[in-house]
Design a protein around this ligand. Structure first.
Ligand code: MN
Length: 278
């Protein structure tokens, strides 16, 4: 009885087009590359620092439970402590007061965790000015060249800032006037949140807002407008230079912390390399 069933299944497989089979073949053949956009998570991973009157996020810490020793002779494992917003992480809408009644991190629909990405490259501008702000005109110029921002996709802003991520001081780039890191102007943040179809904004810096954004109107406009519009943030991304301006697919996997405001995430991108041997 099992023979006809197996034959039928084989026939079905050979005659039905399978996008997933093609995907697996392309991954194995190297014509689709998996690019890791995630920063390694350790006690030296940079974290946001707020003025001292505010609560502070934790750095990532490991606490060893056992390591093939008398606490557990055949096994190694750890507990860890981390902020939700430590390292490469995903901001849920309820992270900001404007989105307080919207989704927590565990409520972000799984289908939104796989999404196309547009990559805006402002590396040259940021190299000249660490306080560089993306304006609406920059995104409009990108759209004139590459087409509309992806519906229910990510806008990823490539700044080159991840090259500073080995150390807290170079990553936060703070002086007596505060941190100096790139971001979006308040007007641009509002436009992205309210006038574009994107799912969210991804950046290389410690948060989606610019270092000076505490002084913008409103303060922290990317958080304020994006979270208030039910959109998301992805931060501390790296390897954005390996992505094309359009066509990459981002897989962002935050931990589903029930009621949480965000979570560390493994963020990957699928990138077509048509020139590679299959
Ligand atoms: Mn965050």
């Amino acid at each position: 009885m099992s023979e006809p069933t197996a034959a039928a299944a084989a026939a079905s497989q050979s005659t039905s087009p399978s996008v997933l089979a093609a995907l697996v073949g392309a991954l194995r053949g190297g014509t689709i590359e998996v690019v890791d956009l995630t920063a390694p998570l350790s006690s030296t991973t940079p974290v946001l620092e707020l003025p001292p009157e505010f609560g502070q996020t934790a750095v990532f810490e490991l606490e060893e439970i056992s390591r093939y020793d008398d606490r557990g002779p055949a096994w190694y494992w750890n507990n860890f402590r981390s902020g939700e917003h430590t390292g490469t992480h995903f901001d849920a809408p309820n992270h900001w007061v404007t989105g307080r009644d919207l989704a927590d991190i565990a409520s972000v629909p799984a289908r939104q965790l796989v999404a196309p990405a547009a990559v805006l490259d402002v590396t040259d501008e940021v190299a000249k000015d660490p306080d560089f702000l993306v304006e609406i005109a920059h995104i409009e110029a990108w759209q004139d060249r590459y087409g509309p921002l992806p519906d229910a996709g990510w806008l990823l802003v490539r700044t080159g800032w991840s090259s500073r991520s080995a150390a807290q001081d170079t990553f936060l780039n703070a002086d007596e006037t505060g941190p100096h890191t790139p971001g979006l102007s308040a007007e641009c943040a509002r436009w992205v949140a309210e006038r574009t179809p994107v799912l969210g904004l991804g950046v290389e810096t410690v948060g989606t807002d610019a270092g000076r954004a505490h002084g913008f109107d409103p303060a922290f406009p990317c958080h304020s407008y994006l979270m208030g519009s039910g959109k998301y943030g992805l931060t501390q991304l790296q390897n954005l230079a390996e992505l094309p301006p359009t066509g990459a697919v981002v897989i962002a996997g935050p931990l589903p912390i029930v009621s949480g405001s965000g979570a560390p995430a493994r963020v990957l991108a699928l990138v077509e390399r048509p020139g590679q041997p299959s």
